[in-house]
Design a protein around this ligand. Structure first.
Ligand SMILES: [Zn+2]
Length: 53
């Protein structure tokens, strides 16, 4: 896979809400600082690489 662009998304640890960008507050469940960055190099699994807060 090319290293230049990777699909990145963020997921709320509280409710599993997914967003293409990081947000301080989850719009779905309202939890603060629960959005974690997910990398999707493949479809088989996502890896949490960094947890904010
Ligand atoms: Zn949430």
């Amino acid at each position: 896979m090319a290293k230049a662009k990777r699909s990145v998304k963020f997921m709320c640890q509280e409710c599993g809400y997914e967003s293409p960008k990081w947000m301080g507050k989850c719009p779905n469940c309202g939890a603060w600082n629960q959005m974690v960055e997910m990398l999707e190099p493949t479809k088989k699994r996502a890896v949490i690489v960094y947890a904010y807060g």
